[in-house]
Design a binder for this molecule. Structure first.
Ligand code: THU
Length: 126
């Protein structure tokens, strides 16, 4: 599974996002060590603070299915430019792999690849 393929999967699920408030949809695709892919979309709520981002939904699906070794996550958002995971999602991802590969794209599907450590250098770990 290469970076472009993982972004393609994130793009495919992005329309499933439930975003009546922000109208900003995000799709995520999380690749596990067993080479399975778990997707997630953002799910908003009228009580805004209850919104869950696409990345965390993908992580929670994978954990729920018994997988917690993650290699990469791809994120596709509806912005013109690159959509990056928020700080809260980076912290949740760091729990499982501080060196996770993070693949982001812009609306033209140009791709950038980062490590989680690069985006959240002072992550909180016990
Ligand atoms: N959002 C995500 O799902 N992932 C990100 O990486 C950034 C933000 C969502 C949360 C909210 O539903 C909408 O985007 C606007 O903030």
């Amino acid at each position: 599974m290469d970076e472009k393929e993982l972004i393609k999967i994130a793009r495919q699920v992005q329309p499933n996002a439930y975003v009546p408030y922000s109208h900003f949809s995000v799709g995520a695709a999380l690749l596990t060590a067993r080479q399975n892919v778990y997707t997630g979309v953002n799910v908003e709520n009228s009580s805004y603070g209850l919104t869950v981002c696409a990345e965390r939904n993908a992580v929670f699906k994978a954990i729920s299915e018994g997988e917690k070794q993650f290699e990469a996550i791809a994120v596709a958002g509806s912005a013109e430019g690159f959509t990056y995971p928020c700080g809260a999602c980076l912290q949740v991802l760091a729990e499982f792999n501080p060196d996770l590969k993070i693949i982001v794209c812009d609306r033209q599907n140009n791709i950038k690849v980062h490590s989680l450590r690069e985006l959240l250098p002072q992550m909180f770990l016990l």
